[in-house]
Design a binder for this molecule. Structure first.
Ligand code: AMP
Ligand code: MG
Length: 524
């Protein structure tokens, strides 16, 4: 393997002088050197071909022992010094102090075709930041991270990527339901890839320690490599940088709302400074449209990270980042103005996105009401979000007298309890469809043109919660065919794939309350 390694994070930022792999508080340093644990019998389960190509690995490389050893931590490439990053974070609204890469180990930065990529192993053993945990990951959660990051990429949602999924050959003890019934599970390692894994929490930790010097070094580093059009060391540069982080975060969340993705743990240590979706833990996909839904059982009480609250939480997290930048900027007025822009921009971008989902090209003031009414209806009749929007593209704008038939065809395909669509629920839907058809009549596109545009933003296939669970159940038995099938399916989420039509279906009833399908713990 001929890799072009060019480390900037570990070369340009201060390192922890201690190299022992012991849990500790690390001051005045952005990272600690650490060596991945050697897995007992590592084996590859899946490689993302496109990602491997993007990084410059040949097909032979991917087949090689060197590749397997690299992506499982069995061997450390010559000339590299793996490390874990130091960061803090606000968890569920409270400052949690130092967190850091407790089970992620950065291998190196690779450049290929003038792009830099950081390569990181998740689940490759303990680090100085592992706190009370073991630094390992189980197959279940690794499948979820690997599949979902690739699915999100192909959906066009900004995200970290997964190069590979591998078994370590070791057993890992986990108590899935936190009820004292711990059991051994297969250990696994995901090789994650992103231009950078820096999070809001990387900045917050230095601000919380009044270490303005290291904070400034890290901000200047981030600007130099990832926001190079802003000037380092100046107030204007820092404000420009922050403003762009705000825009990137906002755009990412609009995408989440578009595809029905619920992150589940939007703590500030899980917020990428590049606006990438990062840390796939107890995430989930909306089946029945419900702004109040969160898959994360740890958040069951407050539902802080519910679908409908994600935009609000994005802003709250940006406020924490702004606070961390205050020592470099010296005052807050302009930071506040930028945060205020999120308030005004988000609703505009959300409405624009929803117009696209509805196939509307003109921007009319009345669309806001049309969208609000739709959201109410979707929720009132437990409507599968993915199926609804996908099928909506099939509605002809000339539908007149057979509206009832059109509606019932919809109800049958997309509603979880079509038999309950009576009375006011039915009337509200009928009214909505009438308004929608009237609205379509103001548009110039033909039905076919509109359908094509809608199908480019309304996916046909998403990683439904129960699909992940089926893949996991098969993998636990040592069968990876379904893993391959779903990985391939989700590479073209907007395309009709007739042989995969069975995955374009409502969640089966058995999955409604099954652990892993509709609810997940953080145990991973
Ligand atoms: P999360 O909410 O999963 O992003 O994790 C929050 C913090 O816990 C991060 O600092 C993680 O590195 C750490 N963490 C999570 N799971 C483990 C584990 N199995 N071993 C060590 N650290 C972990
Ligand atoms: Mg995390």
């Amino acid at each position: 393997m001929q890799l072009s390694i060019e480390n900037t994070f570990s070369q340009e930022l201060p390192a922890d002088p201690t190299t022992a792999n012991t849990r500790r508080q690390v001051a005045k340093a952005c990272f600690s050197y650490v060596t991945p644990r050697i897995p007992s019998t590592p084996s590859l389960l899946q490689v993302s071909k496109e990602m491997a190509e993007t990084l410059g690995f040949s097909e032979d490389d991917v087949q090689s022992k060197a590749f397997l050893e690299m992506v499982t931590g069995a061997n450390v490439e010559e000339g590299t010094s793996p490390y874990a990053m130091c960061y803090g974070g606000h968890q569920f609204g409270h400052w949690a102090g130092q967190l850091g890469d407790g089970r992620a180990i950065n291998l190196a930065e690779i450049t290929h075709h003038n792009k830099r990529w950081a390569i990181q192993l998740k689940g490759a053993g303990e680090t100085p930041y592992s706190r009370t945990a073991d630094g390992l990951a189980v197959l279940r959660s690794s499948i979820r991270e690997h599949l979902c990051s690739e699915a999100m990429y192909h959906l066009g949602v900004p995200t970290t990527r997964s190069l590979s999924l591998a078994l370590s050959g070791d057993q890992v003890l986990r108590d899935v339901l936190y009820d004292g019934n711990a059991a051994y599970e297969k250990g696994a390692i995901v090789c994650r890839v992103a231009p950078s894994f820096i999070r809001f929490g990387n900045f917050e930790i230095f601000a919380s320690r009044q270490d303005t010097e290291t904070l400034k070094t890290l901000v200047d580093y981030t600007i130099k490599h990832f926001y190079p059009h802003y000037e380092q060391g100046t107030k204007e540069g820092y404000l420009g940088f922050f403003n762009e982080v705000v825009q990137n975060t906002l755009n990412m969340i609009v995408h989440w709302q578009r595809v029905g993705f619920v992150h589940g743990v939007m703590n500030t240590d899980n917020m990428s400074i590049l606006g990438l979706t990062i840390d796939y833990g107890p995430y989930g996909w909306l089946e029945g449209y419900d702004p109040g839904w969160t898959p994360n059982t740890t958040d069951r009480q407050n539902k802080r990270y519910r679908f409908g609250n994600q935009p609000q939480i994005g802003l709250w997290n940006l406020l924490q980042l702004a606070n961390a930048l205050v020592p470099l900027i010296g005052e807050t007025t302009q930071l506040e103005a930028i945060l205020q822009s999120y308030h005004t921009e988000y609703p505009k971008k959300y409405i624009a996105m929803m117009r696209e989902k509805l196939g509307l090209q003109l921007a009319l003031e009345t669309d806001i009401q049309l969208i609000a009414d739709l959201e109410k209806n979707l929720q009132a009749s437990e409507t599968d979000m993915t199926i609804f929007f996908r099928n909506l593209s099939q509605v002809s704008k000339d539908t007149t007298e057979n509206l009832k038939d059109v509606f019932y065809a919809f109800a049958k395909a997309a509603f979880y309890t079509p038999e309950e669509i009576t009375g006011a629920i039915y009337t509200n839907w009928e009214t909505w469809f009438q308004h929608y058809l009237k609205r379509l009549s103001q548009e110039r596109l033909t039905d076919a043109e509109r359908a094509q545009q809608m199908n480019a933003v309304n996916p046909k296939y998403v990683l439904r919660n129960y699909i992940s669970q089926l893949v996991i159940d098969e993998a636990d038995k040592g069968n990876y065919d379904l893993l391959d099938e779903i990985h391939a399916l989700l590479k073209n989420p907007y395309d009709e794939q007739p042989k995969h039509e069975r995955w374009f279906a409502k969640r089966p009833e058995w999955a409604r309350h099954k652990v892993g399908c509709s609810m997940l713990s953080c145990s991973s």
